[in-house]
Design a protein around this ligand. Structure first.
Ligand code: FMN
Length: 190
């Protein structure tokens, strides 16, 4: 069965980013696609130490084995589609999301492209500014990992948890992104 893993880089579990991701996942599920949401909030995660051991070991894992990154890499490598979501923190993604993409990205490079030709999409929640820069960060990762990215990534506006639900256009953008991802997944996994 076609499946999608979504990763929420917010420090807040079940916050605005999670709400947007869930709207995307509902659209995917409506099309018979299996989904899973992993939230990094409260989980241990550290940045890349540039040890380059992944290029020596080539075992589809990061040598730092005591946080959530290897679980995420395994789920991402086993999925047909990957959604990365983050709130905007100082005009970029969260430190947790950046740690994940740096390490998952290098492990992917070291292993001939673990995420190659998967369908990738991105979603961000912002209070006011920085969404495009944050999306750029996520899209650079998806594209540099040889993934196929459907238009149009989703942006939702809100500050406190749940506020994004009042952003009708933001919710519509998440649903649209989910439908576009489902369409592309069906086309490439046929
Ligand atoms: C450390 C920090 C930095 C933030 N920086 C920005 C920012 O640069 N621009 C912005 O629009 N919102 C910023 N925000 C607000 C969040 O992006 C916003 O509250 C978002 O809805 C949080 O999503 P979440 O509920 O998924 O965590 C920041 C929040 C925090 C905690």
């Amino acid at each position: 069965m076609t499946n999608v893993i979504a990763i929420n880089g917010s420090a807040r579990k079940d916050g605005n980013t999670a709400i947007l991701i869930r709207r995307m996942l509902e659209e995917l599920e409506n099309e018979g696609i299996e989904t899973e949401l992993v939230q990094l909030a409260g989980k241990k995660i550290q940045g890349c130490t540039a040890c380059m051991k992944c290029f020596e070991n080539r075992d589809r894992r990061c040598v730092l084995d005591d946080d959530i990154v290897n679980d995420c890499i395994e789920k991402m490598a086993g999925a047909d589609g990957i959604i990365l979501g983050s709130p905007v923190y100082f005009s970029d993604v969260t430190a947790e999301m950046k740690a994940l993409v740096d390490r998952a990205g290098f492990v992917s490079f070291a292993n001939d492209g673990l995420f190659k030709r998967k369908v990738g999409s991105a979603v961000v929640a912002q209070r006011r500014t920085g969404a495009m820069h944050s999306l750029d960060t996520l899209l650079h990762f998806l594209l540099s990992a040889d993934m196929i990215v459907p238009g149009r990534p989703s942006i939702g506006i809100g500050r406190d948890i749940g506020e994004v639900d009042k952003d009708d256009e933001g919710i519509a953008s998440a649903k649209n992104a989910g439908r576009n991802m489902a369409w592309l997944l069906k086309a490439v996994t046929r």
